[in-house]
Design a protein around this ligand. Structure first.
Ligand code: PAF
Length: 289
């Protein structure tokens, strides 16, 4: 695996690859790689000739300095995992390579950046789109894959790609869960075994809502309230939101509506770690990618 730390060296290598007719696939990450990332990469490898992975803990998407400082950075382990799966190129820039000082970034994300995650993490999705645009510019990928666990992130990146008319195909890949149902996340390393068990309340609440909506067993508000009760009654879980939303707009949906496909989304704290998860409600259209 080749490792580049500058945009110039990376760009020169990828230009050569493109001139040889190779299709470039990109998986952007902040490191602390887990099976969820590897599954994204394996999916991307099937659709491209050269797999590029970026590892960059992006400061502009953290609105909490402590969260940024605590973000896990096991770089040697990450490099080993990337080599094991046959990643071709790792882009591993320092902050100074990506940001030149004070920079303005504020794009119109159609309000997608101020709801759900955005309401609790102001500026987060502006920071995400800012860095993903820079990474797309540096790599010039034909295809870029993102995980469904960060569904709202995928929605804002899709919007950013539309705004700049970027010639990249976006893929949304299913969330990878451990055998108990816990969604894989880099943040899970900060949970004790007990915390991981407590965190199962998130997927249980989502599954409850998904089953009850799909089978039309109660009204959406009753289902939402019951899902929130599951979370509130779970020991050690502090719920931030639980919503039943339109998959396209991410706005709350109060009742079955023709042509609207649904997603349920949750955010909650366990052992001081903020966790998110979601499930697409069966029966809806597949998310457009
Ligand atoms: O999902 C992530 O790991 C990050 O938000 C991303 C897309 C790499 C941007 O920093």
């Amino acid at each position: 695996m080749l490792i580049f730390t500058t945009k110039n060296d990376l760009g020169a290598h990828l230009d050569n690859m493109r001139n040889e007719g190779k299709r470039i696939g990109l998986v952007t990450t902040m490191g602390a790689l887990h099976q969820g990332h590897l599954s994204l990469m394996q999916h991307t490898q099937k659709l491209s000739d050269i797999l590029v992975c970026s590892i960059f803990v992006n400061p502009t998407q953290f609105n909490n300095k402590e969260d940024l400082a605590k973000y896990p950075r096991p770089i040697e382990q990450d490099i080993h995992m990337l080599e094991q799966i046959g990643c071709d190129v790792l882009f591993l820039p320092e902050v100074e390579e990506m940001y030149s000082g004070s920079e303005e970034w504020n794009i119109d994300l159609d309000g997608l950046d101020t709801i759900l995650e955005g309401a609790f993490r102001p500026g987060h999705f502006q920071g995400v789109t800012q860095i993903v645009k820079k990474l797309f510019d540096a790599v010039g990928p034909d295809i870029a894959s993102f995980g469904q666990k960060d569904y709202q992130q995928f929605a804002v990146i899709k919007r950013m790609v539309e705004i700049f008319r970027l010639p990249v195909e976006l893929k949304l890949c299913p969330t990878v869960r451990d055998s108990n149902g816990l969604a894989m996340s880099s943040r899970n390393v900060r949970l004790s075994d007990h915390g991981k068990t407590q965190a199962l309340a998130l997927s249980k609440a989502l599954q409850y809502a998904s089953d009850h909506i799909a089978e039309e067993r109660a009204s959406y508000s009753e289902i939402r309230e019951e899902a929130i009760s599951i979370l509130k009654n779970a020991e050690g879980v502090d719920v931030e939101y639980f919503e039943i939303c339109d998959r396209e707009t991410l706005l709350p949906v109060g009742q079955p509506t023709a042509g609207v496909s649904l997603i349920v989304l949750v955010a909650a704290w366990v052992e001081g770690v903020r966790l998110i998860d979601n499930m697409l409600i069966p029966g809806g259209n597949s998310p457009k990618s």
